[in-house]
Design a binder for this molecule. Sequence first.
Ligand code: PLP
Length: 331
Amino acid sequence: MAGFGSVFMPEMTIARYDGEQWSPSEFVPSDKLEFHPGAHGLHYASSVFEGLKAFKHADGTIKLFRMDRNLARLVKSSNLLSLPPIDIAATEQMIIEVVKKFAEQTPEPPGSMYIRPTHIGTDAIIGAAASPSQTSCLFILLSPVGNYFSGEAGTLRLLIEENGMRCAPHMGMIKSGGNYASALGPILQAKQTYNADQILFCPNGDVQETGAANFLLIDGNEVITKDLDSTFLHGVTRDSLLTLASDMGMVVTERSLSVDELLQRVANPACEAALSGTAAVLTPVGTLIRDGQEYTVGNGLEGPATRKLRQALNDIQWGKVEDNHGWLTSI
Ligand SMILES: *Cc1c(COP(=O)(O)O)cnc(C)c1O
């Protein structure tokens, strides 16, 4: 099967900001995008993105999951990188229109349509490293995806990194390209040296997140994860899973977690750990590696709480249970 995010629908919706206002949105072919090679976003990374999914229900309808949250984050990311202002209502329409157009191609469960809104500064001025782009373009790209979660394939191996960080600490909550590029060197090294799948960034011993997913520790009836601050990405999946855990009567604790406490807790055979994100959903972690030493999380396999939480989220997304929290939008 083609890799996650490597197949695209042939058209996307796009709108451009000319410094004063947004153009009406239009459909254009999705295999190219024209802007000047001197565009601000290409040189100075004034570029942000989002990731959300549309799900096909058994009755044939298509539902968007927590679009309001993703749009709020797109607004915040754009503001923090001094990009032009996003028009939330218009962007919502751009998403709905393109998802509608390709409704037929939305994969059946366990697949979905992955939606990638992207906002890029387009001023053609390479002398403007220290000033924001006045113009920008916003497009909504669609990529049908299968079941990214491959539970049967085993659990993840994470290298604990206590010295470096994923990105600049005041920029962690922005989905911007530079944050991901800056984490690549350490991730490649972790793969080569330790056969690790990902790095769990823990600057100064504070457990944060991996390159593109949040980290949850599930110890018995308690879910522990870092409380929101500017250093890491505020995942919509994280928020949804914490809400569902609380609905199930689990104790949800958002606080700092040290690497020492983490390693102590995972020695408990009933302890579980997992990564959460729109793509990963909730993927179990089986091994942590610190200073060359390996620590098995619980029994090293996917645990029942991880399975139960993922199932609860999937059941809402796929319309198998009531959407009590109003997370789905019909198109
Ligand atoms: C996108 C992302 C997440 C997960 O966010 P969701 O809204 O759940 O998809 C977590 N960490 C990073 C660094 C991310 O880029």
